[in-house]
Design a protein around this ligand. Sequence first.
Ligand SMILES: [Zn+2]
Length: 177
Amino acid sequence: MKDESTPKIDWRTESRNLNANHSIELVRCPSKGSNSSIVLTTKAFWHDTHYWRGKTQPCTGTHCAACRANAPIRELGFIAIMSPKDHRTKILQITSQAWHACEAYILLHGSLRGATIKQERPDGRKNGRVKTSIVSTSVAVENLPEPPDVRSIMEQIWEVTDRTTYADLRVAGGEGA
Ligand SMILES: [Zn+2]
């Protein structure tokens, strides 16, 4: 049968995805070379994670499938940064070792906001130890954008929100019910 209904073109003057958190990228220290980022937030958010099934996933507590599979736990921290290359807001993954350098900096300067955090892996290995240094920069702190909600962005990246059930996770992980 012929469809006689009219096709609909629905223009908007503002992108629906303009402020969507999922466009915010997670940055890890590269194995070769280094990355430099301007810190937007003064606070790091920490979570236990597992490197399991080829990716870093959050430990989800009582019924965590990775825990049941005896996957080792690694605590990771996440801070909001701006990349000086493309001026985009991103999330940077850090280790508690790296945070020691941050705390020393906070002690001297009062805040981490506006500082440049530089990460590299001296041994050049993909998961090698990360060396972190923090230096002050001439950035006008008051001109920096407000940090995004690091926790909710990570929950979206991990696809675990306050509405996710363990059943959802099993489907996503392909484990079956
Ligand atoms: Zn776990």
